[in-house]
Design a binder for this molecule. Structure first.
Ligand SMILES: *Cc1c(COP(=O)(O)O)cnc(C)c1O
Length: 398
């Protein structure tokens, strides 16, 4: 049977070159970078070099790059660290003009952001969850008008992981800073890193998070960028690693692997983007043409090359997923993190989809190893599956 992996937004395979680059750091180059003897120093030099590669990818300074265990950690650390630095004083909430410190985010962020904000709400912070239009794009003017004197942080994602729409981050950050220059701007750039410009100055961000396993490095490694002089308090205490900003012995092999993955990206990001855009367009056109009553979720134009999410009326996304699985095709409904629950995706409901329509959603995310034949296979297998499921569900005749 043919196997077609179309869930690159959930995780990517590790590239063989990345595995090769990592391998010696498990065995002969196993030293601790904090050790002062030669073996330690050799490892330190390799970690420093990796940090330069990532810093260069982001247009940042080396000392602004922290390696973490995943994007979720980076996000928690960024948001809670700013909340602590700007929103707390003398062991309690720091009121600004008698008001609690305020955070702005969007309703369709990843749960790592949403649940961190909810945690802070329980501590007394005020959080605004900005609504999203049906095109899946946050408007800079909406962010701007939500800013108050007591706003300390804005967290808006670069690319939405479920529908793939790109947020106008430079425009938003500019509007935010013009209204209140003391506001810290954070972006979750996990899904942008593979295809879009991630230079922090052109994005105008103070903090940014990346995940290794969405860009062909292993799971268990992430990046947090913190612009110099950003008011932020590290959230992991211990040894002095990572400029005293993220304690814990460095995950050396994974840091080396992440840098290798970033180097590979730099080499062919543009070319890859073009190739994948073509494949995705073939998929989108094919699905919309051959599956009646199917819709693309979010703007057709403002999207990352590799993600396409559809609402298919009259079917359950889960059932389609399972039937595709039997044909060797791997996709997701909503985000991987929310499967296993019966709640409709918060992203799709934020776009204004009804819970029933949201339940009929299917996300295809393409990647480095996706081929035109993979798209042909999906377009051959999917329409009859939808037809069969609709026939089996007499109450949902479309
Ligand atoms: C995958 C993902 C994360 C979380 O990454 P982890 O590796 O699970 O920590 C955060 N944000 C977005 C947009 C993602 O796609």
């Amino acid at each position: 049977m043919r196997f077609v992996y179309l869930d690159y937004a959930a995780t990517t395979p590790v590239e063989p070159e990345v595995v090769e680059a990592m391998r010696p750091y498990f065995t002969e180059k196993f030293g601790n970078p904090s050790s002062v003897y030669t073996l330690g120093q050799e490892i330190r030099a390799a970690v420093d070099q990796s940090r330069r590669v990532v810093a260069d990818f982001l247009g940042a300074k080396s000392k602004e790059i922290l390696f973490t265990s995943c994007a979720t950690e980076s996000i928690n650390s960024a948001i809670k660290g700013v909340a602590e630095a700007k929103g707390r004083e003398g062991g309690r909430l720091k009121l600004i003009n008698g008001q609690p410190p305020h955070i702005i985010t969007s309703a369709f962020e990843h749960h790592a952001v949403l649940h961190t904000c909810q945690h802070l709400q329980r501590l007394g912070f005020e959080v605004t969850y900005l609504p999203v239009n049906s095109d899946g794009i946050i408007k800079a003017c909406d962010v701007e008008s939500a800013i108050k004197e007591q706003t300390i942080l804005v967290a808006i994602m670069y690319v939405n992981n479920e529908i793939g729409t790109i947020q106008p981050i430079s425009e938003i950050s500019k509007a935010v800073k013009e209204k209140n220059k003391n506001v810290v701007f954070f972006t979750d750039a996990v899904q942008g890193a593979g295809y879009l410009d991630c230079q922090v100055d052109s994005l105008g961000v103070d903090m940014l998070a990346l995940a290794g396993h969405k860009i062909y490095a292993p799971k268990g490694i992430g990046v947090l960028y913190v612009r110099s002089r950003t008011p932020w308090i590290p959230q992991q205490d211990g040894g002095g690693q990572e400029y005293r900003s993220r304690a814990g012995t460095e995950n050396v092999p994974y840091i080396i692997g992440l840098a290798k993955a970033v180097e590979l990206l730099k080499k062919d990001q543009e070319e890859l983007g073009k190739k994948i855009t073509q494949l995705r367009d073939k998929l989108v056109d094919g699905v919309l043409r051959n599956v009646p009553n199917s819709h693309l979720n979010g703007s057709r134009e403002n999207r990352v090359p590799n993600i396409a999410s559809f609402s298919i009326e009259g079917v359950e996304g889960e059932s389609v997923l399972l039937m595709l699985d039997r044909q060797g095709i791997y996709v997701s409904t909503g985000s991987a993190c929310s499967s296993g629950t019966l709640e409709p995706s918060h992203v799709l409901t934020a776009l204004g989809l009804s819970p029933e329509t949201a339940h009929g959603s299917l996300r295809f995310s393409l990647g480095r190893h996706t081929s035109p034949e993979d798209m042909d296979y999906v377009l051959e297998v999917l329409p009859p599956i939808i037809q069969r499921l609709r026939e089996m569900s007499p109450t949902k005749q479309i």
